[in-house]
Design a protein around this ligand. Structure first.
Ligand SMILES: *Cc1c(COP(=O)(O)O)cnc(C)c1O
Length: 437
């Protein structure tokens, strides 16, 4: 790969190198393409989550109120919308909503979708093959001493910047799997503490996520009874995320939000390795069709999915290859090399992407707190950075009939000290004007 040639072919790479916020419009959007998954795969995942619901309700009492279904609310952001308009000095026609995955049970982040789903699928396979579980059983029997004994013969390994380890770690250890998480230098201390409290072995590394991955992968490969949750390309993670679309369809209907040609829905998703936003986007396009449009949001220091998709090199290029440091306060997005799946599947499904300076997300963290009383972690506020550049480049989306959904991806498990520090930083930054593409 020759950088000069790449810049000539894709002039926006220059802005990426210079850490200038960009709006990238995907030239292949809405073209025809063969996809590796179908609607049936999504509904297979939906059914599996339903089989496990009695188990989850039993072992995670916080899910009992929803009968073991892990889901988050869709919240209207009327007040935040006014503040957003003042800050950005422009009108936002249409309505603003938050998909509050910050409040998802068990891990307090979007990883409660993919991460937990993958562990459930592994547990089901073991229990059916070696434990006499029947698909029609009440799966709460999996919490019994007998099944825990069976699961203790198996292990689960995952590498993570934080939240994937939380979701996979907590659930795998609850089943009784020997569970080890490999954490990159971004990982917050409280996430490691929480995992250790839950009986998870935490291996800490002083390097970035992309360098930790091969170590975790090798350790898993050395143990035939080990399941490796591969954030760089797992189908199960992907389909777990996609289930969100089936749930959102019903929430949109219940809140009388239309999705058709006159009523576009634009969804803003923070992207790290690209797995969660791609899984959600695949689900949305499959379930809701052509009038829902996804925008990925990435830090200017770590535009890994944007770079991979723009060049179509996908996981064969990393942000380090163009001289970026890959450092960001958005620990959930601190992944320099995109997943093997994301860019490939998103080639025709993603509308576009934006990049933002870290400071912006702190401001939105504080604004969301002030206007709606909702706390999110810095990564989870990234979606708000996508709105202004998107409507600037796509005036048709700034219509009274449009619905803008910011996907808040994490935060409800943050300790109070962390919340206060993020909020204070956001308040401090609020005075300066916003810079965006
Ligand atoms: C993991 C994560 C993301 C991004 O998901 P990827 O699958 O890495 O793209 C966004 N926000 C938060 C809070 C996360 O934990």
């Amino acid at each position: 790969m020759n950088l000069e040639t790449l810049v000539t072919e894709h002039p926006q790479i220059k802005d990426l190198i210079n850490q200038q916020p960009i709006f990238w419009r995907n030239p292949d959007y809405a073209q025809k393409a063969e996809l590796p998954f179908s609607k049936a795969d999504i509904f297979d995942a939906v059914a599996r989550l339903e089989r496990f619901a009695p188990y989850l309700a039993k072992v995670f009492p916080e899910t009992a109120a929803t009968n073991g279904i892990i889901e988050s609310p869709l919240i209207s952001l009327n007040e935040m919308q006014k503040t957003w308009e003042q800050q950005n000095q422009q009108d936002l026609a249409g309505s603003l909503y938050l998909k509050a995955d910050n409040a998802l049970p068990i891990s307090g982040s979007i990883k409660s979708r993919g991460g937990i789903y993958e562990v459930l699928k592994f547990a089901e396979k073991i229990a059916i093959t070696h434990g006499n579980l029947a698909y029609m059983d009440d799966y709460s029997i999996l919490a019994s001493a007998e099944f825990r004994q069976l699961f203790s013969d198996y292990s689960v390994i995952v590498a993570s910047t934080g939240n994937l380890a939380l979701s996979v770690g907590i659930v795998a250890a609850t089943f009784g799997f020997k569970t080890t998480v490999y954490m990159s230098h971004d990982a917050r201390q409280w996430k490691k503490d929480k995992l250790r409290e839950n009986g998870v072995t935490v291996k800490e590394f002083n390097t970035n996520f992309s360098s930790v991955m091969p170590k975790a992968r090798a350790a898993a490969a050395a143990d035939p009874n080990c399941h490796f949750v591969d954030d760089e390309g797992s189908n199960d993670l992907f389909l777990g995320y996609a289930v969100a679309a089936v749930r959102l369809q019903k929430q949109l209907k219940d809140q009388q939000i239309k999705v058709d040609q006159e009523h576009p829905v634009i969804v803003y998703l923070p992207a790290g390795v690209g797995g969660s936003p791609s899984g959600v986007t695949f689900g949305l396009k499959t379930i809701l069709g052509p009038n829902v449009h996804a925008i990925f949001c990435e830090p200017t220091h770590v535009p890994s999915v944007t770079l991979g998709m723009m060049t179509q090199l996908n996981n064969r290029i990393s942000v380090y290859d163009i001289g970026l440091d890959g450092l960001t306060a958005a620990d959930g997005l601190a992944v320099g090399r995109p997943s093997r799946l994301a860019g490939k599947i998103m080639r025709t499904l993603l509308f576009g992407s934006v990049t933002f300076p870290d400071n912006d997300i702190y401001r939105y963290v504080a604004q969301l707190q002030d206007t709606q009383g909702i706390t999110v972690e810095p990564s989870a506020a990234a979606g708000f950075t996508g709105i202004a550049p998107t409507i600037k480049n796509m005036p048709a989306f700034n219509s009274n009939h449009a619905t803008h959904i910011v996907w808040a991806t994490g935060g409800s498990m943050m300790p109070q000290s962390e919340r206060e520090a993020n909020y204070a930083k956001g308040k401090e930054l609020m005075i300066a004007p916003l810079i965006h593409a």
